[in-house]
Design a binder for this molecule. Structure first.
Ligand SMILES: *Cc1c(COP(=O)(O)O)cnc(C)c1O
Length: 271
């Protein structure tokens, strides 16, 4: 087990969280994260019931996911479609387990997402919206979606530029199988809390502006922002969904730059 508890707060979480290997480990980690959520809510006078914790199980083996389920997790976030589908297929016996796809999607994978996912948090193109709609109609399903926004301005990050969001939102009622819940973002990977916070503020302010002209029936209530290294800041700035992996499951064996190429270099250059 690798862990060094002197890692500073921020995004370079590599090795910080010990691997959860028992149901009790998961219960304890979930309780600890929940306590941090509640403390963050108290600081800004929010009701903790308005923040949903989405456990992120990417890179973790099926056995870990089963322990998380036994500890009470009923929806898991995965950032790669193939990995998510493989896990979904292997865990058909857990009928109450739902899947949230939180990573970039190529149109040729829309078919799989339409089949097994309950939620998709990284919508950033109309081509993907169209592909999902078509497949969802075939499956007779619908899907909760979040529009991903690039709030950090980093060219390497996915998501729409904030200025492209209004026209994009206006186009979404053409896809009735997509239930638009709100916006999602990844903050800059930095140990400077103020730079991270600016990304979260930008998402909230964009949402507030979009709401004034949003298509009928689209409330844009949800803001999915914050992960293990920064979810308290996100909650202070209005997050209604926090996506937390390592603080629940344990550190991934390799840093994010390995699994998640768009994060490569950012920790070094900005932290
Ligand atoms: C991996 C991931 C997370 C969770 O990150 P942790 O550091 O494990 O909490 C959140 N959001 C997205 C999009 C991810 O890919």
């Amino acid at each position: 087990m690798t862990h060094s508890f002197d890692t500073p707060t921020g995004h370079d979480q590599h090795g910080r969280y010990p691997e959860a290997t028992t149901v009790d480990d998961f219960r304890r980690n979930l309780a600890a994260v929940q306590a941090r959520i509640e403390a963050a809510c108290r600081r800004v006078d929010r009701d903790p019931a308005t923040v949903r914790l989405l456990p992120v199980s990417k890179t973790k083996p099926e056995a870990s996911l089963r322990l998380a389920h036994a500890a009470g997790c009923r929806m898991l976030g995965e950032n790669k479609v193939q990995e998510a589908q493989r896990k979904w297929e292997a865990m058909q016996d857990l009928a109450d387990l739902q899947w949230s796809v939180i990573g970039h999607l190529q149109t040729n994978k829309a078919k799989q997402v339409a089949r097994f996912a309950s939620e998709f948090q990284a919508l950033d193109s109309l081509r993907v919206a169209q592909a999902l709609e078509r497949r969802l109609q075939i499956e007779g399903r619908s899907l909760d979606v979040f529009v991903q926004i690039n709030t950090s301005g980093e060219a390497s990050k996915y998501g729409l530029a904030p200025e492209d969001a209004p026209a994009f939102i206006d186009a979404l009622p053409a896809f009735p199988a997509l239930r638009v819940r709100g916006l999602m973002t990844l903050a800059v990977f930095s140990s400077e809390a103020e730079r991270v916070r600016r990304c979260f503020i930008a998402l909230r302010q964009l949402r507030d502006r979009l709401r004034q002209h949003a298509p009928a029936g689209m409330s844009l209530d949800d803001l999915s922002m914050g992960m293990s290294g920064d979810f308290e800041i996100a909650i202070e700035e209005g997050a209604t969904v926090v996506r937390v992996g390592q603080a629940i499951f344990g550190a991934r064996p390799l840093p994010d730059s390995h699994y998640w190429p768009d994060a490569a270099g950012s920790v070094l250059s900005s932290g």
